[in-house]
Design a binder for this molecule. Structure first.
Ligand SMILES: Cc1cc2nc3c(=O)[nH]c(=O)nc-3n(C[C@H](O)[C@H](O)[C@H](O)COP(=O)(O)OP(=O)(O)OC[C@H]3O[C@@H](n4cnc5c(N)ncnc54)[C@H](O)[C@@H]3O)c2cc1C
Length: 414
């Protein structure tokens, strides 16, 4: 197995094309705040326009089918685009697109045409409304209700910790506007008498539907977490993905990708790389104890890179996945916490200075990393839950399970 991408001449030429395009289309003067709570309305508009241009080019979701608005490009071209976007150091740009693989696997042709295209082109953003105040790790206990009424489903309930980089169009109340709240993918109980896991549907709710209220929560990370209330929200039956009690299965495709089943070509923890360079520049690495700690964190981050590359290779070569997604997720979370400890111990108090302090190393990125490493242990299933999944997939638990189908693994056997 070769973990390194070796690019052909043709792919390197494609890289030059991507670089040139980025230089022309990403405003040179764009602000790059570290967290989306600091994205002002002007920057948000620049991000929105850039996203649309990227979508039009097919490079927002380069490997998704062209017929639905994706780029129809190869895995390698997709990797080149992601590497170049990483180097371009975009402002907060995240769009929750974890529903898109589920629509590809479970959606009807009509749903793929109606829902995928505006998302793949960047015209609408996605929001994941799974967690409820009483249903986090135990997601199957969720209470949001969906009642059939003629050609519609009527949804009522509450979701929490809904995250994403939307920027704040209205700086006073920090509530995202309708465009930002484009498409909400959610789970609701359709048959309260049916057994667990066979009682819910997976719905795509347009964010501007009447009856939706959004509140922004100021939490430890500045990504703008929201809670969303639905009060008799009418959703056309055509927006139910899969069967009316098949939502749990459909959600597994979303969660399989969220856990890391698609792999990672650009490791998420770029802060440690910058911190290492900062330590070398400032002589912090000369102290023997620091040297030990820094190398421990370096190896942690290198293993994460390799696990991400392994998963991406397995995913894109259509191999049967098992525990691999959660393996990456578990490592990323635990290594993230260990790395944050190392940064604090080696960087000292300066690692806790934020971007407003002129003495903060790396423009305050270390302070953001301290907070983010704590909260990163939770989304899409906490550390303990990843271990439960790995045990079930390895067959060492009283419950056995297999990985959910994803677009790549699903097409492998057809
Ligand atoms: C930054 C961030 C972003 C998020 N984004 C989203 C989003 O966009 N959309 C969304 O729907 N949700 C989102 N979430 C919510 C996230 O999915 C939940 O926080 C997560 O599933 C854990 O649920 P909980 O917070 O209710 O914790 P709980 O379920 O209450 O768990 C508390 C602790 O108990 C442990 N625990 C629970 N059950 C078990 C068990 N059976 N065995 C062993 N240990 C157990 C957990 O590991 C955890 O440490 C986000 C969360 C964070 C922090």
């Amino acid at each position: 197995m070769d973990f390194m991408y070796r690019y052909t001449q043709e792919q390197e030429e494609f890289r030059s094309e991507v670089r040139e395009w980025l230089a022309e289309n990403l405003p040179a003067d764009i602000n790059r705040p570290l967290e989306s709570s600091h994205v002002d309305a002007h920057t948000w508009e620049q991000v929105r326009q850039f996203r649309l241009r990227l979508g039009e080019k097919g490079w927002l979701h380069p490997t998704f089918p062209k017929e639905y608005g994706g780029g129809g490009l190869s895995t390698e071209e997709g990797v080149v685009i992601r590497e170049e976007l990483e180097k371009a150091d975009l402002p907060p740009f995240y769009d929750n697109s974890l529903d898109l693989p589920a629509i590809l696997v479970w959606g009807t042709e009509e749903q793929k045409r109606e829902i995928l295209e505006p998302r793949l082109r960047g015209e609408k953003l996605g929001w994941q409304l799974f967690t409820e105040p009483g249903a986090g790790s135990d997601l199957a206990s969720l209470q949001m209700r969906a009642v059939r009424d003629g050609d519609d489903w009527v949804l009522t309930g509450q979701k929490v910790f809904v995250g994403g980089d939307a920027g704040y169009a209205d700086p006073d109340n920090k509530v995202p506007d309708d465009v930002q709240m484009g498409e909400l993918f959610t789970l609701a109980v359709t048959d309260p008498d049916a057994p667990r896991h066979r009682n819910m549907g997976y719905f795509m709710v347009p964010g501007d539907t009447q009856g939706i209220t959004v509140q922004t929560l100021d939490l430890l990370v500045g990504q703008g977490k929201r809670q969303v209330f639905m009060d008799n929200v009418r959703v056309p039956a055509s927006r139910l993905i899969g069967g009316e009690t098949q939502g749990w299965q459909v959600a597994q495709t979303t969660l399989e990708i969220e856990h890391g089943g698609g792999g990672e070509v650009v490791p998420r923890n770029s802060t440690f790389k910058k911190f290492l360079a900062y330590c070398v520049e400032n002589g912090l690495d000369r102290e023997e104890h620091n040297e030990q700690l820094l190398m421990k964190a370096y190896i942690d981050n290198e293993v994460q890179r390799l696990l991400g590359a392994r998963n991406h290779w397995m995913y894109s070569t259509h191999q049967e996945m098992s525990f691999h997604g959660s393996h990456l997720s578990l490592w990323r979370r635990e290594a993230g916490l260990r790395t944050a400890d190392v940064i604090r111990e080696v960087g000292g108090l300066k690692a806790m200075l934020d971007f407003e302090d002129s003495m903060a190393p790396i423009d305050g990125e270390l302070e953001v990393h301290q907070r983010a490493s704590l909260t990163a242990a939770h989304p899409g299933g906490a550390i303990e839950i990843q271990k439960v999944i790995i045990a079930r997939r390895l067959g060492v638990s009283r419950t056995r399970e297999r990985a959910a189908p994803t677009p790549s693994t699903a097409t492998a056997r057809s």
